[in-house]
Ligand binder design. Structure first.
Ligand code: PLP
Length: 424
């Protein structure tokens, strides 16, 4: 029953019971942590055979000795393996080091200070540089902008992706807006998959925006579905081809949540012109990436079928953790008016929306009984959620038992905060 329909007496009775349960839980001295979206130990162990997989054979298919310098844009067989993940062709992908976030930082820094098409094109030539940030979103995207002095403008995230009416309006009005962050499949943190129409409209932004506008299309969870038949993402590259906007999109991905989060392979895809310019820029920073690791990944994952089979093993480990949280939310909070959430079909997160003004209160109630949650506000630019409503839950790392215990404690804190608020 919705708490707004409960009598004062009924609310007061519930509050007493909840406060008693909360005190009992506090006495348990819990030490639970649902903060960061790291793969669990059982997940990273799925790729332990990377160690020693080359068996002393260090030659790539073109004869390159992968132990030596060179190959700035990656091994051809690694391009062949990862290009389908981003729907790109092999001349549209670059294989880098272990972190896609590093590649994203590098692209923005390059566009800002050096220029995608020479010094005249550098965003930094203008006094103001702004980026659109769909919220809730990924804190590290926002941190890149903040660190590089790029002003962030929030736009709402819908179940279909960013609110494209708002995006198109802002982009048409303000030529100092130079880009937008996107996590198109199993978005961090809502778990939504961008709709076909959203992807098409993002691809068309390159026609509507000022020069050298970039869609930063971070497809971190491209193959990370929890269920067979999870919603697919249409190809933004094909829409870009249709609209003549290939230069306006950089796509990113990595194996951080396929193999080892700290020792995977990252990649980016864009137009051949963008790739040539970016590779030249990269040449000032590195003589070449870790090609030994690239070859190890090709040996382990082999092809798209190999990646799918490997991801099914991840899904088998992640599914029970997600289902434990979602079943608890559903059982305890559905139709109570105390919160909303999507049930993601993949990715690493569940975004919980509290009643207005309660996210920080819930996080601090949880902290006081030993349950660490991602700080409220982390999902918004500058760490400020104006409605104080979003809490990101990341169930991948703790054991299933701890995930369940955290979910139980979480719903208790949500109820406590909501009923106290309702009673005023
Ligand atoms: N992009 C998103 C949306 C993420 O959620 C994460 C990690 O949580 C990353 C990028 C980090 O990627 P990488 O490990 O390749 O740097």
């Amino acid at each position: 029953m919705n708490i707004e329909e409960l009598s004062i007496d009924a609310l007061a009775t519930q509050l007493k019971e909840l406060e008693a349960s909360y005190s009992e839980l506090a006495a348990c001295k819990l030490a639970l942590d649902l903060t960061r979206g790291k793969p669990g130990m059982d997940q990273v162990a799925l790729s332990d055979s990377l160690d020693g997989i080359l068996g002393g054979s260090y030659r790539a298919e073109d004869g390159t000795d992968v132990r030596n310098y060179g190959g700035l844009d990656g091994l051809p067989e690694a391009k062949r393996l990862f290009a389908p993940l981003l729907g790109a062709s092999q001349d549209e992908i670059l294989i880098g080091g272990n972190s896609s976030l590093t590649l994203m930082y590098n692209v923005i820094d390059f566009a800002l200070s050096v220029g995608l098409r020479g010094p005249e094109s550098a965003w930094g030539n203008s006094d103001q540089v702004k980026f659109l940030c769909p919220v809730p979103g990924y804190d590290r995207h926002f941190a890149i902008c903040e660190h590089l002095g790029i002003e962030m403008l929030s736009v709402p995230m819908l179940d279909t992706g960013p609110d494209m009416d708002a995006v198109e309006k802002l982009v048409a009005e303000d030529p100092t807006i130079k880009g937008i962050w996107c996590v198109p499949r199993f978005s961090n943190p809502t778990g939504c998959v961008y709709s076909d129409q959203t992807v098409a409209r993002l691809a068309r932004l390159g026609q509507q925006a000022g020069e050298h506008f970039l869609v930063m299309y971070d497809n971190a969870y491209a193959v990370h579905s929890l269920y067979p038949g999870a919603t697919e993402l249409p190809s933004i590259r094909d829409y870009c081809q249709e609209y003549g906007t290939l230069d306006s999109v950089f796509q990113f991905g990595s194996t951080s949540k396929i193999t080892f989060a700290g020792a995977g392979v990252a990649f980016l895809a864009s137009s051949p012109e963008n790739l040539a310019a970016f590779t030249q820029h990269l040449g000032y920073q590195s003589i070449g990436p870790d090609k030994v690791n690239q070859l190890r990944h090709v040996k382990l994952l082999r092809d798209s079928d190999g990646i799918s089979a490997h991801m099914e093993q991840h899904a088998a480990l992640l599914r029970p953790r997600f289902e434990a949280v979602l079943a608890t939310l559903e059982r305890e909070l559905a139709n109570t008016g105390m919160g909303e959430w999507l049930s993601p079909q993949g990715g690493y997160f569940i975004a919980f929306t509290t009643r207005q003004g309660l996210a920080r209160e819930v996080v601090s109630l949880a902290k006081a009984i030993g349950v660490a949650l991602t700080p409220a506000g982390a999902t918004h630019p500058y760490g400020v959620d104006p409605d104080d409503q979003t809490i990101r839950l990341a169930p991948s790392y703790p054991s299933l038992e701890d995930v369940q215990a955290t979910a139980d404690a979480f719903v208790l804190c949500v109820k406590l905060a909501s009923i106290r608020q309702e009673l005023g």
